[in-house]
Unconditional design. Structure first.
Length: 284
């Protein structure tokens, strides 16, 4: 852009580009450098708490650690003395999740199949694979959110995390997991313990309803009877297959024997006719 003096090398300063009146520009505000969010959970109480830490001296203890690593909670402060945290996962600043087994602290692109970690793959064709971006399992400064689980409780209570208990709204449905939750044996009736999670509610008409989890893989007398019926049907099918095979083999042997007899008879007739023709020629 030439100046008014005509010198081509003398350029005018560029004016800042401003949006037109009535036009709004979408801006993205990145997170501050050195800031990380921690989602700390305590499974015995079912509580979860979010911590925001921007102290680089505290975050330095988490760098270069991997998923499933256990970290002393005292590095976050004196109130966490005696606690031990286990790294369960995390996300970077752009929302890409960390994947176990990818030994790097950067983002990589992997060829994944539907159902694998970090790739749900709904609506894909059978056998289709996609290349997806994931974050490695090593913690670095690029990680924005880190998921931690308390595996050992410390001396002090953490408000909102270990001092109160939130009941589970939904319990396990599989029979073996219900037994493991209530420490039951094989002779105990699992259906009596599902009432712990039974809830009552009213519909729009004001009628009360009661609903409880449906137990999956529950072994009942009907289930055993169906299993015996299937086994008996399978056994009968096997016996029938063996009998049919033996009958077929017997019939095949009979058919081959009849075929050999008919062939031998045909050869005998041909031989008799040939001998008769030879004898008639000699008589002449």
């Amino acid at each position: 852009m030439k100046c008014e003096c005509g010198n081509a090398f003398h350029t005018l300063p560029l004016e800042p580009l401003l949006p037109a009146p009535g036009l709004f520009l979408r801006t993205w505000a990145p997170s501050r450098a050195g800031e990380m969010k921690f989602n700390v959970s305590y499974p015995p109480t079912g509580c979860q708490k979010k911590l925001e830490i921007d102290d680089e001296s505290k975050l330095r203890h988490f760098y270069d650690k991997r998923i499933a690593a256990e970290i002393d909670g005292e590095v976050l402060g004196d109130e966490f003395k005696g606690y031990i945290f286990k790294v369960m996962g995390g996300n970077d600043k752009q929302g890409f999740g960390m994947r176990q087994g990818v030994l790097t602290n950067q983002r990589v692109r992997l060829l994944m199949s539907p159902g694998q970690q970090c790739f749900r793959g709904f609506g894909r064709r059978k056998g289709e694979r996609r290349r997806k971006s994931v974050r490695g399992c090593v913690i670095s400064s690029d990680v924005a959110v880190l998921n931690l689980k308390i595996v050992k409780k410390g001396e002090q209570e953490l408000p909102g995390l270990t001092d109160e208990e939130k009941p589970r709204m939904r319990g396990p449905k599989r029979a073996s997991r219900v037994r493991a939750l209530f420490n039951l044996g094989k002779d105990d009736d699992v259906r009596k313990y599902v009432n712990t999670y039974r809830r009552t509610f009213e519909d729009k008409a004001g009628k009360k309803h009661s609903k409880a989890p449906k137990i999956q893989r529950l072994v009942t007398p009907d289930v055993l009877q169906r299993k015996r019926r299937r086994n008996a049907a399978k056994k009968a099918s096997l016996e029938k297959s063996k009998t049919d095979s033996a009958d077929y083999h017997k019939l095949l042997v009979q058919r081959l024997k009849e075929q050999r007899e008919r062939r031998s008879e045909s050869l005998a007739k041909k031989r008799a006719v040939r001998q008769a023709s030879v004898a008639s020629k000699e008589a002449k």
